[in-house]
Design a protein around this ligand. Sequence first.
Ligand code: ADP
Length: 179
Amino acid sequence: MTSRMVAGTRIDLAEGDITRQDTDAIVNAANTTLLGGGGVDGAIHRAGGPSIVEECRRLGGCATGDAKLTGAGRLPARHVIHAVGPVYRDGRHGEAELLASAYRRSLEVAMTHGLRSVAFPSISTGAYRFPIAEAAAIALGTVAAVAAERQGALELVRFVLFSAADFAVYAQALAALPG
Ligand code: ADP
C-alpha cells in the first residue's frame, strides 16, 4: 500500500480485490449495457448478489465515458458506481478523453451523493486493452485534477490493483504526479 495527499484528498494504491473494499463506493469497470460481464464486473456482481443487476436493468445502459450509481447489495461498500471506459483501438479514437471522462464522471456521481471515499479498479486495462502506463497516468491525473477543483470534497480515492505488476505501474505514475 502506498499513499499520497493531493489537494486535501488521500490517494491510496493497494494490491487486492475491489469487492472487499469498505469505501463509500466502489467503481465497476462496466460495459454500456450495465447488465454484467467478465473481469471486475463479473466479480462485483457475483460478490454483491442479484440486487445490483436488478437496479442496473432500470438504468437503461450507460454511455462510454459516463457513470451511474446503484446500491451495493451484499458488498461491504455502500454503493457501486458503474463506469464505462473505452475499448482501446489505436489511441486515435478519443480513448484518452473517454477514459478521463469515465474517472471524472465517477467522482462527480460520488460527490453528488455526498460520498467521500471511492475505490477504483484499473478501468479499461483488462478486456478493453488500454495500455496500462498511459491509463494509470490518465487515472491519477484526473483524480488529482478533480481533487484540486473540489478541495476537501473527497477524503479518499483508492486504486485497487489486481496484480503486483499493475500496482508497480500505478506507483510509478503516482510518484510522477506534479506537486
Ligand atoms: P475492462 O473491460 O474495463 O478492461 P476488466 O474487468 O477486463 O475491465 O479489467 C479491468 C482491470 O480490473 C484489470 O486490470 C483486471 O485485472 C482487474 N480486475 C479483475 N478483477 C478484479 C477485482 N476483483 N478487483 C480489482 N481488479 C480486478
